[in-house]
Design a protein. Sequence first.
Length: 333
Amino acid sequence: MPGDQESAVSVIVAAGRGTVRPTLDSIRAQDLPGCRFEIIVVADETAAQDVADDPSVRLIRCETRNPAVKRNRGAREAAAPVLAFLDDDATAPPDWLARGLAVLEAHPEIAGVGGPNLPPDDAGPAERLTDLVLNAPLIGAGSPTYSAREVQRPARIGELHLVNLFIRRAVWDAVGGLNEAIGYGCEDSEFIYQAQRTGAAFRYDSDLVVRHARRPFGWPYVRQRFMLRTNNGRLMWVYPCLYLRRPSFLAVWAALAACILLAVFLPFGLAAAAGVYVVALLAYNVAAHPRWFPLLAGALVVHHVTYASGLMWGVIVGAVTPWRTARLRRRSR
């Protein structure tokens, strides 16, 4: 962090999941010639002990598990005109800050830029299986954010995540930061949606990479994905335009509707469709990743069931508890 000038960028890390030292080591190792940057860690008391004596870090104690609250606190304390967000279980390559700032300089019309989060090189088998599920074309997560494929273009909602995101401070303040009522899961997409409603544009750049730990496939993965999709379902009642314009969500609802109709009017047709579905997943598994046969096919079935059930549960919860769902709505602007 050389130089006496004001910071060009404030790096904000919301900590609370074990040690944050690898993340901070990667930030301190940034190669940003001629520019100064600050590191802000917002942590509860347990996580704060990990960095309490680190002079390179501005520590803000915040006793909450809500990451939106933590990030908002960090942004309020930030001194730089650009905010860079990195998760506490992620690491950044030495050129991360330089690349993010270079994109913002090259595109003064954009409000922010994000890129992919890839698995660490030492990821175990369960994490690798999760990564294969997320990257399965058309039948996986459906977002380039988990992939290394070359993409440089205007970002779509759902492609930018706070694990790897640069935002101009002026736009952050204009939107009002993150929606703390959402907490974890979709708060980044809701922020992008609100910013776009004010005319702000964002960019996705596959050269802006971080390494991010994957949830091991199994209960940790299912629990996380079910919670995220439940939030999606609830938010559909609050911001229908945020989701109904996305082909992946429309495809899920079309598939669910087809399954219900077949179950009611043509049960044997539903059994036949299920058979075709399983065979198609097995064929994909053999063709794309034969070493993972049949684990990947089974994992994709679990992924799809979790996705659909979480989304439906969120819609049901939103319908039967509208007074709770209404709290997710941001103040009108």
